[in-house]
Every structure is written in C-alpha cells, then in structure tokens.
Write a protein that binds this ligand. Sequence first.
Ligand SMILES: Nc1nc2c(c(=O)[nH]1)N[C@H]1C(S)=C(S)[C@@H](COP(=O)(O)O)O[C@H]1N2
Ligand SMILES: [Mo]
Length: 157
Amino acid sequence: MTVDDPLAPHAHEPNPLPPSPDAGLVLHLPDGAARCISPAELRSLDSVTVPRCYIVSTGHGTSGPFSFTGVRLRDFVELNWPGAWTQVEVVSGDGFGTRASRAELTVPTTRPVLLAHTRDRRPLTRADGLVRLIVPGEIDDALRQVKWVAHVRILAA
Ligand SMILES: Nc1nc2c(c(=O)[nH]1)N[C@H]1C(S)=C(S)[C@@H](COP(=O)(O)O)O[C@H]1N2
Ligand SMILES: [Mo]
C-alpha cells in the first residue's frame, strides 16, 4: 500500500473542488470489463431516499440533516454483475475512496449505502459531489462519504 493508494486511510481535510467537470463514472467488473455510467443512466434506475443523513466533517463542523436519493450500491452491483462478488471499491477522481463488503451491503436496512445523485429532492451539482457515495451508518466522521465517484470496482475474490 502506498501513500497514493486512495483506499488507504485519508486525511480529514476535505477537497472542496471537483477534480473534473465530467460526472460520469466507470464501472469495473470482476471479469475485467469496464463500462461508463452517466448520471442520466444512474437517475433512470430505481432509487431510494434516506432521510436524516449528516456529513460529519472533522474540523469543519457537521452539515445536515440531508435527505439523499440514489441507487442502492447493492442494487447497482447486482444489476450489473449477476455472478458472485465479495466487495466493492468506490474511488473518486481526486484520489479518495472506500470499500464496502458484500456483508455490509446486503444486510437488511432502511438506511442503505447509496450512489446518490439527489439531495433534498434537488439534483446534486458537480460542486456538491455528483455522483456521491452516501454511507448513512457512518456517523462519527465523513471519510466514506466519497464525492465525485469516478470508479466503482466490483471484486469477486
Ligand atoms: N472525493 C472526495 N470525497 C470526500 C473528501 C475528499 O477530499 N474528496 N473528503 C471527505 C471528508 S474528510 C469530508 S469531511 C467530507 C466533506 O463533505 P462536504 O464537502 O459535503 O462537506 O467529504 C468526504 N468525501
Ligand atoms: Mo472530514
């Protein structure tokens, strides 16, 4: 693991600026195939809304509550990869990321992990973080609330 690894522990200092104007993301499948997903395509999928989400920014205070709407990460994975999988890596264009295990993503909950495109019923702007990973269960800091998701990688082992 190097210091440039986006999945390594990160600083708490949030980057306020989008790394690029383009909000498309690339989905990487376990067989090596990759596919571009536009925000429009994401918006066309079944969505869920999770109310009362907070972004707990260490050193910058907490913002929220927000209601985030988006596609459950679990649904997104299963829609695109019907085979076996063990975890998902979600990485931004500015080198910030997190991973979630299949166990975490498939536990029954009304507050699932989302690929969010909408906040408080308004489309997220690129500056807001479009597309943004929302992990409602993370309530002590915001290190998994990945803005500007650029890569979603499904891992099978
Ligand atoms: N892509 C990306 N996502 C990120 C960060 C970042 O630097 N880059 N910072 C994280 C941290 S440390 C915080 S506190 C929140 C800040 O989110 P906000 O800008 O919506 O307040 O974003 C998180 N997600
Ligand atoms: Mo933070």
